[in-house]
Ligand binder design. Structure first.
Ligand SMILES: [Zn+2]
Length: 109
């Protein structure tokens, strides 16, 4: 997937330093949990590991990237949400794993 920005002047350099555009990814699960953007607990948060490429800005707790694609999605144990996660994994042709395997792969959010 390619990131998009409504600012015409950014279209040649997404993500731009002075903007919020780009795909966001946290470096660690702890960084995600501490973020003001995290929506943990509402049942609508999907966690996984993503590949980022193109122009990537390295921030303290995460990255913003020009291009991204999910690699793995983690199941939550909540039936309805996991059904959605399985459908997303099918659409992206990736695997979904139980959340307890999240840390076995490294501390990525
Ligand atoms: Zn922008």
């Amino acid at each position: 997937m390619d990131a998009f920005c409504l600012h015409r002047s950014h279209r040649e350099r997404i993500p731009a330093w002075d903007c919020l555009c780009g795909f966001y990814a946290y470096k660690t699960e702890a960084a995600m949990a501490a973020s003001e953007f995290a929506m943990v607990g509402d049942g609508d948060t999907v966690c996984g590991r993503v590949a980022l490429w193109g122009r990537v800005i390295d921030h303290q707790s995460g990255y913003r990237a020009e291009r991204a694609y999910p690699q793995v999605l983690y199941l939550t144990g909540k039936r309805k949400l996991d059904e959605v996660i399985r459908q997303l994994a099918n659409i992206y042709a990736i695997e979904c794993l139980p959340a307890n395997l999240k840390n076995a792969e490294g501390d990525s959010a």
